[in-house]
Design a protein around this ligand. Structure first.
Ligand code: SF4
Length: 280
């Protein structure tokens, strides 16, 4: 974990522990599990131990908070990239109990708590109806089925920012009921992106355009993180690489090539989309 995260929408990444158990199709090619394996660590599944860290590791957010205070800025902390902090394992409770006061003690940091288990948030945090102003809470919605299951839990939470991560985006989504400006149970920010890694599943550009357009229509900030391994291609860049054809929103076909994450980039229709919640 570097002090400065490579994830586009955050400044730092903090992991209270490493390790998790897969819960939905979004987890199929979990990059965190692959990264741990690459380091020779077996941390995934219900029966293996998680990896925990020293006091020095836990002091990092305090340092980041002091630096943000000195510079008069706010910094975003993604928690967690190598775990799901709401995983249902009793031995993690002690570490969660250590996390909540750390969040409260670092008011110059905005903590982005992203989970695929939003049904467990309310019973895990100590804040009831009085959440700290520096907590942003989000859940993953990779398909309509998982959006329907998870978002209703998210929008009940009185966090300052509620956000969605539609990455890896695996299907066409209609999220209009949770984006509507007429609803007091709406989300404040949406991140979308395709999957990276050698076994990445391609994302139909029509799916991400549809999400962008739903956000634009309702004034919800939209952040396009990446195409992932597959991206719309020109004739010249697809010679010799694997391709797939998708249908667009108007029935037209679009060819994607397996270009790799860096070449695929993060431009959508000629520009980047770096929306952030108003509070940021
Ligand atoms: S919830 Fe996140 S960390 Fe856990 S297996 Fe799924 S993708 Fe990996």
């Amino acid at each position: 974990m570097g002090a400065f995260s490579k994830i586009e929408w955050t400044h730092h990444t903090f992991n209270p522990w490493w390790g998790c158990t897969r819960v939905s199709p979004a987890c199929k090619n979990c990059y965190a599990e692959k990264w741990a394996h690459r380091l020779g660590l077996d941390l995934w599944g219900g029966k293996v131990e998680r990896r925990f860290f020293s006091d020095s590791h836990w002091r990092n957010p305090v340092r980041w908070n002091a630096a943000a205070q000195r510079s008069g800025t706010r910094a975003r902390v993604f928690c967690a990239s190598m775990a799901d902090i709401f995983e249902d394992r009793p031995e993690l409770d002690a570490w969660r109990k250590r996390l909540w006061p750390l969040i409260e003690a670092t008011p110059n940091l905005d903590w982005l708590l992203l989970t695929k288990r939003p049904q467990r948030i309310a019973k895990s945090v100590p804040w009831s109806n009085d959440w700290p102003a520096n907590v942003w809470v989000g859940t993953t919605a990779e398909s309509q089925k998982w959006a329907e299951r998870r978002i209703p839990h998210l929008v009940e939470l009185p966090a300052k920012v509620r956000f969605l991560s539609c990455e890896p985006l695996l299907d066409r989504l209609d999220l209009s009921r949770w984006l509507s400006r007429d609803s007091d149970r709406r989300v404040d920010w949406l991140i979308a992106g395709g999957e990276s890694g050698a076994k990445a599943r391609p994302m139909n550009p029509a799916w991400v355009r549809l999400l962008r357009d739903q956000c634009l229509a309702e004034g919800v900030p939209f952040h396009f993180k990446q195409w992932g391994h597959w991206a719309p291609s020109t004739v010249s860049d697809r010679s010799g690489v694997e391709t797939v054809v998708f249908r667009g929103n108007n029935g037209e076909s679009e060819i994607l090539a397996k270009l790799g994450k860096t070449a695929a980039g993060r431009r959508l229709d000629g520009r980047t989309w770096d929306g952030l919640p108003a509070t940021a």
